[in-house]
Design a protein around this ligand. Structure first.
Ligand code: AMP
Length: 591
């Protein structure tokens, strides 16, 4: 096959070259080698094509800010691979067990590409991805998907599938792609990182780097920036050990949201940078008409609004209440009444034409207060000041209805932090966020300037009823457990979690489960209900996903309980009790 570089009709082998580069990246564990392979590949392509490739190499079909979900589930991909390969379900299942990854299965079972089929290049592939994203319904999407895969060699198909599922699994993160861009085009890493953070688009960043224009990168309103992340702390002492000027806020249990506001135009983005404005029309309205253009950071929570007189702030409702509002394109007036929401604003990234992220937290806090207390373009009602031992003077804290300034406290001793923690839990919140008053906002980074302090709500001792083969590092071992609680003398499932056990425990348990399988469904094995494990979780909700009628949010397996028999596992009554306690808003913080 001919390989042509830069100037020529490089389209000939482009997607194949990318797939080959991915194979080489996967084959080495050395970070520097991975970066060198990516840099060499990028340099060999025209900037337009290298830009799209950089997005693909970050494990995404589209740039981060782009909210076109492909909505191609594993089932549809599986079916397409099956159709094109002519293999039966058992053969594919066996392949999946071996490789733990549908892309790798495709490479093994798909026939060679038909001679004379047009070759693929990255730009074209992205166009085809867009077509799939736009297509409505599984059959339309399936047809386009098969068309795309039929034009690919088995190796290309492997990576097309991996990109579509959002996980290349070649040990490459966007941060390494940034390093490769710096290397390929002779820029410094901080220059590339800053441009990428402002643009939220590694492809656009690459184009600027290729032209030597990285300094021209500007924050773009309505293109989400990365979210600053927090590190966990285990104790109040640790919470105060990293910096001396600590601002403390409640940790609200909702969804993180970045609000871009310019006059009447408002867009709200989730932590995955998807646009979610449509799900929260009342927040869009409440945020419209801010006196200045702004980007706010905050948490959307279900909120219980108290009567207006006397003015009070109200309180957050559990995450499970908010769930009914998530993922909706249309929201009825009735639902808005049934599940009222609020935007708890706690930071500002941009205001009045100026980027605020490099300013220390205390200054951003002042800017946020100014923004939220300034008169609106339209008469939006105001909520009264909040009470408490606040860092900001109460008269600086009025907030419009639906947009509420998160309370900010000060703590300088572990006992104060403990007290605030108990108070936050009593207000129905998850715990505390501890923030360094002197720190800048670092989008997309998890550092020690923001700390989170929460404790497990409770743990449950549950019985494993079914197990599944894992993927990635967990190929060939049974690492996903479905588990149940007791309901009289039967067991009812309540959740499923990846095992948090050690590799050797998982290996040992895999052998046990294989010997005690009741029914083999291929990837899922029903097993004898003998093994008890302890699971932790963030929250409990009602759900018909499992036959207990409950589900756990973020369940994690804490440890095996070889000391317990299934008869000693927790019961549905205990589940109800925990659920009621959560929903009554009562907390037992020291569990
Ligand atoms: P976690 O999801 O456990 O990593 O905790 C971090 C998340 O807590 C953030 O992404 C926010 O969604 C959420 N959060 C709730 N309240 C706050 C707050 N006051 N400041 C920052 N993040 C908060």
């Amino acid at each position: 096959m001919v390989r042509v570089w830069r100037e020529g009709p490089s389209i000939e082998t482009a997607m194949l070259l990318l797939a080959e580069a991915c194979e080489r990246i996967a084959a080495t564990t050395k970070k520097l080698e991975k970066i060198a392979i990516v840099a060499d590949y990028l340099k060999s392509r025209r900037a337009e094509e290298a830009a799209v490739s950089a997005v693909f190499l970050s494990g995404r079909p589209f740039p981060m800010w782009d909210d076109s979900p492909l909505q191609v589930g594993g089932g549809l991909l599986w079916q397409s691979v099956q159709d094109l390969s002519g293999k039966n379900q058992a053969a594919l299942t066996a392949g999946y067990r071996k490789h733990g990854d549908l892309g790798a299965v495709a490479a093994a079972v798909l026939p060679p590409k038909k001679p004379g089929t047009d070759p693929l290049n990255a730009i074209e592939v992205q166009k085809l991805f867009r077509g799939i994203a736009k297509a409505r319904g599984a059959s339309a999407k399936g047809a386009l998907l098969r068309e795309l895969l039929a034009r690919a060699t088995p190796l290309e198909a492997k990576y097309l599938i991996k990109i579509m599922t959002g996980d290349l699994r070649i040990g490459l993160k966007e941060s390494l792609v940034e390093e490769a861009i710096a290397r390929a085009y002779g820029s410094t890493l901080p220059e590339v990182q800053r441009a990428n953070m402002l643009l939220g688009d590694v492809g656009e960043t690459l184009k600027l780097a290729a032209q030597g224009h990285l300094a021209e990168a500007r924050m773009r309103l309505f293109h989400p920036l990365g979210f600053m992340l927090a590190s966990p702390v285990e104790s109040p002492e640790e919470g105060l050990s990293y910096f001396s000027n600590a601002a403390v806020e409640d940790k609200y249990d909702g969804i993180r949201a970045q609000a871009h506001c310019s006059g009447r135009e408002v867009k709200i983005f989730s932590r995955t940078r998807d646009e979610i404005t449509e799900s929260f029309p009342e927040l869009r309205d409440a945020l419209s008409g801010l006196a200045e253009e702004a980007i706010l950071d905050g948490e959307i929570v279900a909120w219980s609004y108290p009567p207006q007189d006397p003015p009070e702030q109200g309180r957050a409702l559990p995450f499970s209440a908010l769930q009914q509002r998530l993922g909706r394109k249309k929201v009825s007036e009735e639902l808005m009444r049934q599940v009222p929401v609020a935007y708890l604003a706690f930071d500002v990234l941009y205001a009045g034409g100026e980027l605020a992220i490099d300013r220390p937290w205390r200054e951003r806090g002042e800017i946020l207060n100014r923004l939220l207390s300034a008169p609106r373009a339209q008469g939006v009602e105001s909520r009264g000041p909040a009470q408490g031992q606040l860092l900001f003077e109460p008269d600086q804290l009025p907030a419009a209805a639906h947009v509420i300034r998160a309370l900010v406290f000060r703590a300088s001793a572990p006992e104060q932090l403990e007290e605030l923690f108990v108070a936050a839990r009593a207000r129905g919140n998850e715990g505390l966020m501890i923030k360094d008053l002197d720190s800048a906002y670092t989008p997309g980074r998890r550092g020690k300037s923001w700390l989170k302090m929460k404790r497990e709500l409770a743990t449950l001792d549950v019985v494993v009823t079914a197990v599944e083969y894992g993927h990635g590092k967990r190929i060939g071992v049974l690492s996903d457990y479905t588990f149940a609680v007791r309901d009289g003398d039967r067991l009812v499932n309540i959740g499923k979690a990846y095992s948090g056990l050690t590799d050797s425990e998982i290996a040992e348990m895999t052998n046990w489960f294989l010997e005690h399988t009741v029914t083999d469904h291929g990837l899922l094995l029903e097993v004898e209900p003998k093994i008890v494990v302890e699971v932790a979780f963030n929250n409990m909700m009602r759900s018909d996903r499992h036959n207990s009628g409950y589900a756990l949010r973020f369940p994690r397996i804490v440890r095996l309980r070889p000391d317990k028999l299934p008869e000693g596992a927790d019961t549905i009554e205990r589940v109800r009790e925990i659920y009621e306690r959560q929903h009554a808003g009562k907390t037992s913080p020291l569990l």
